[in-house]
Design a protein around this ligand. Structure first.
Ligand code: SF4
Length: 364
């Protein structure tokens, strides 16, 4: 495995729409977390090749104190030359001193949770920062030489989506993740009455493709836009359903399987059970399940899915079953077919569920 995800679950405040594994820091928790992380990294190291991509997600990894960041970035794992090392950050936790430290510690890409450049939207989302802070953090990160990605949330009722996208396009960042709001049942946001609106969200993503496209970004995944060469290499590992390792509470890996299984997914328990020594839940992925997952993930991307690759990976004969739905979807304008590669069109990316379902049905 040449990719590793490390989950850092601590956040200064918990946003009302949050469905990630995130907790406020409590006395001794970060110290205990780093100790367990180090032990797990030591145990994992023999199964890793030099890492091509290393991703610290959360939570808010940039919220850790300086000595804690030093420990986090020093897990004793070897990196390949030119490795992509990404750290998720919130604008309020970045300043010039912190950026210099992160750079010294080997981070070369920051994924900054901007969400919006409109204060009323940030307030509605319960975010701790305001637009001014977001502009400042992004400018300082670029100045410090990081590759920068920003997260935007699109499609809130009070949001001027066009203004947010134009602001993102002007920033000089190489990557934008433009998520539509997911209102998870039971979150404070859901309880406050905010609801998802698929039409509003589809319009927002189309607008994103138009505005970011004019600024040189390519929509290379349903909700991800990059200037050429600025794609998130780590996330491509997920969308291509390659193998990756994972460390930290609630983190899930996708590792080579044993016996008849194509892969195994190991999912760690949440923080306090993980600190108490509980091991991961283990799920074997059969070759057939791998194909379904690879179609679901790969058809989210502009590069699509090469069915020939899936056949070689799993030893299954797939094309005779997939050729007919592929032709049907191509006739409907959702897909292009080159050899055995299925390549979604922009309309296909908008309607990704309609794209995946016929292939799943053909395989069942
Ligand atoms: S910053 Fe992200 S992970 Fe932390 S509480 Fe907010 S949404 Fe959740």
């Amino acid at each position: 495995m040449t990719s590793l995800y490390v989950h850092v679950p601590f956040c200064p405040t918990i946003c009302p729409y949050c469905d990630f594994h995130a907790v406020r820091r409590t006395r001794g928790a970060v110290e205990a977390y780093l100790k367990r992380l180090r032990a797990d990294a030591r145990a994992l190291a023999p199964r890793l090749s030099p890492l091509e991509t290393l991703y610290f997600g959360g939570g808010t990894p940039s919220y850790l104190r300086e000595d804690e960041l030093r420990a986090l970035l020093d897990l004793g794992l070897s990196l390949a030359a030119g490795a992509e090392v990404t750290l998720e950050a919130n604008p309020g936790t970045l300043n010039r001193r912190r950026l210099a430290l992160l750079s010294t510690l080997g981070v070369n890409r920051l994924s900054i949770g901007v969400q919006s450049f409109q204060d009323r939207v940030l307030r509605a989302l319960g975010r701790a920062h305001r637009a001014r802070g977001a502009y400042r953090a992004v400018a300082e990160a670029l100045e410090a030489g990081f590759r920068v990605s920003i997260d935007l949330i699109l499609g809130l009722p009070e949001q001027d989506v066009e203004a947010d996208l134009k602001a993102a396009a002007r920033l000089g960042v190489g990557h934008v993740s433009a998520y539509t709001l997911i209102v998870e049942p039971g979150t404070p946001l859901a309880l406050s009455g905010v609801a998802e609106d698929p039409d509003r969200e589809a319009r927002a993503l189309r607008l994103a493709e138009e505005i970011l496209g004019e600024a040189g970004f390519v929509r290379y995944e349903v909700a991800n836009f990059a200037r050429p060469g600025e794609e998130a290499r780590h996330n491509l590992t997920y969308w291509r359903m390659e193998f990756w390792a994972a460390l930290g509470p609630a983190a899930a890996s996708h590792e080579p399987g044993e016996g008849g299984a194509y892969a195994v997914r190991r999912t760690n328990p949440p923080l306090f059970r993980w600190l108490a020594g509980e091991g991961p839940e283990r799920e074997a992925i059969s070759p057939e399940e791998h194909v379904r997952e690879a179609l679901m993930m790969g058809l989210r991307t502009r590069e699509g899915v090469d069915v020939g690759v899936l056949e070689r990976r799993t030893g299954l004969t797939l094309w005779p079953r997939l050729a007919e739905p592929a032709k049907r979807l191509a006739d409907a304008g959702l897909l292009a077919v080159r050899g055995r590669r299925l390549i979604p069109t922009s309309r296909g990316l908008d309607l990704v569920h309609s794209l995946v379902l016929p292939f799943w049905e053909a395989l069942s």
